[in-house]
Design a protein around this ligand. Sequence first.
Ligand code: FES
Length: 103
Amino acid sequence: MDAWNKFPQVPIGAVYLRRTGEKTVEALNVVCPHAGGFVDYVPDKNCFICPLHNSKFALDGQISDPKSPAARAMDALEVEIRDGAIWVKFQNFQSGPAEKIPA
Ligand code: FES
């Protein structure tokens, strides 16, 4: 059965948030689309790098190095701003394929 449920605050995952305009924000799942590593933000290069197999992503999540083993960009998530609060539809996707397939 499908239903709205409320759970106590529990960690379900992590996201990178990036302001893209006065009232717009983008969210990226921190999990690497290649094989599930945790992608790091690297301030001195101003990009994302996965420490497992060295995939590199630009700030918008797109693959920035063609030698990256990831087959797709970082997984963007739906975001809404409601009364000044950022709401992210958190979702994980399968690691590996070039398409985003919900896990
Ligand atoms: S898991 Fe990120 S590059 Fe392989």
